[in-house]
Design a protein around this ligand. Structure first.
Ligand SMILES: *Cc1c(COP(=O)(O)O)cnc(C)c1O
Length: 439
């Protein structure tokens, strides 16, 4: 499988090269030259396969010759070695819980897959590669954990001091080994600006072999398809599900769309956004207008220019009508998000995190609109929300809504006894440069 740049001004590359480069030289996103078609018998019999077998079958065509089969299987096994339960909330809505990984976020899957791929592709390199990433909370933890102990790779994470939750900070700052956390006296935007400057600084580029663990990397984007296959393995109904994905950069839902085009049955995709409504607005008006990000309580989706949406357009060959048939998008306010956490907890005894709550409300509304427009005897759709983070990562919002303390799950309890280790830094590029040059 070869990958081309969506800016159409760079040579095609293998999976390995696309993963190592992140972005094409013309700054375009890499895109597979064709969407592989899965065997019909595989989809029909999917319940008979283990999740590791599903993972291998789905990923193999995208990897091509970049990884030997046994290495790919090993990477897949390590990537998904936790549970992905589909939990029924109501008769019509189930939650695919993607927060049972080591950092309690769905980003664990992409980060684990990518880190192991880069570790393999770098196995003969004489110099260490430095992975640099800015985080508003969730990405950093997943990336740090994914790369922990991977030979030949150093990870440097920048995070805004006092602006990530307690558990998130511990996840970033207590790992040690090849992971360094820089605590920036500033905002997430400051962190991101500092990282961007590193990638264009001639001295640093010369001295360090740099990579970004950005969500546009194909090695992070493509393995997210597995969620949708693992959900379908657990789906008990004849009609395919409507799938609602809380969306920020649109990488996750875009992976769902490519899974669907490669053969996975899905009725409809619903992208649930917070107040950052660039895509909902595009679906209404046909105008795509990036805006500065607005801060919300579902902050992992505070994105003002979703970088993966262009991949969704490519998957539908830029045809607005075929996109509209299969895909819709809505924007949900913070007020409704908090009310949804409260009402779902009270009515169904299920604790949503703010991102899952955005998706829940969007799906509930979609299904009930449909109910009103159909006649009484029509078969009603049922749907799945992707629950992308554990509620304990957003304790203030969740506890305020439910009136109950969220229990810290077992796999992160050890964190509470660890010592935070961070490097304090003012929000200024020269400080970061000096630190990187003298390490
Ligand atoms: C990153 C993230 C999202 C958004 O995913 P995208 O692929 O960027 O659309 C949603 N929820 C949580 C908890 C996240 O960390």
């Amino acid at each position: 499988m070869q990958y081309y740049s969506l800016n159409h001004n760079s040579p095609k590359v293998s999976f390995a090269e696309a993963a190592l480069r992140g972005q094409a030289p013309d700054k375009g996103l890499y895109f597979p030259e064709k969407v592989p078609q899965l065997p019909k018998t595989f989809i029909k019999n999917i319940k008979q396969y283990t999740k590791e077998e599903v993972g291998f079958e789905v990923m193999k065509p995208y990897i091509g010759e970049s990884l030997p089969d046994d290495v790919l299987q090993h990477i897949v096994n390590e990537t998904i070695n936790f549970d992905f339960p589909l939990v029924k909330i109501t008769d019509n809505i189930s939650s695919l819980e993607l927060f049972h990984g080591p950092t309690l976020a769905f980003k664990d899957v992409g980060a684990r897959f990518m880190s192991r791929c880069l570790g393999y592709f770098n196995r003969h390199a004489y110099h260490h590669t430095t992975v640099l990433v800015a985080t508003s909370g969730d990405t950093g933890g997943a990336v740090a954990n994914g790369f922990l102990g991977v030979d030949g790779i150093d990870v440097v994470i920048l995070y805004p001091s006092g602006k990530v939750s307690h558990i998130q900070e511990l996840q970033l700052t207590t790992l040690g080994q090849n992971i360094k956390a820089i605590e920036v006296n500033g905002t997430f935007d400051d962190c991101q600006a500092m990282v961007k400057q590193v990638f264009v600084d001639a001295d640093l580029i010369k001295k360090l072999s740099l990579t970004s663990a950005n969500s546009i990397n194909v090695a992070r984007w493509l393995p997210q398809q597995l969620y949708y296959f693992l959900a379908y393995q657990q789906w008990q109904h004849d009609e395919p599900p409507v799938i609602c994905v809380p969306s920020g950069n649109f990488g996750n839902i875009c992976a769902g769309v490519i899974a669907n085009i490669s053969g996975l049955p899905v009725k409809h995709f619903l992208a649930a956004c917070n107040a950052n409504d660039i895509v909902p607005e595009y679906m209404q008006t046909g105008q795509y207008t990036p805006k500065p990000a607005i801060a919300t309580i579902s902050n992992a989706m505070d994105v003002g220019n979703p970088s993966n949406f262009i991949r969704i357009l490519e998957l539908f060959h830029q045809e607005f009508n075929s996109l509209k048939n299969m895909f819709s998008s809505v924007s949900i306010s913070d007020k409704i998000t908090a009310e949804t956490i409260k009402s779902v907890y009270e009515k169904h005894n299920y604790t949503l995190d703010p991102h899952g709550a955005v998706a829940y409300y969007a799906l509930e509304q979609y299904l009930s609109n449909q109910q009103q427009s159909l006649d009484k005897n029509a078969l009603l759709d049922k749907g799945i929300i992707l629950e992308t983070a554990h509620p304990v990562k957003f304790p203030d919002t969740v506890e305020q809504a439910t009136g109950k303390v969220v229990e810290v799950p077992e796999q992160v309890q050890y964190l509470l006894h660890q010592q935070k280790q961070s490097i304090l830094m003012e929000a200024n590029f020269e400080n970061l440069k000096e630190w990187l040059m003298n390490r």
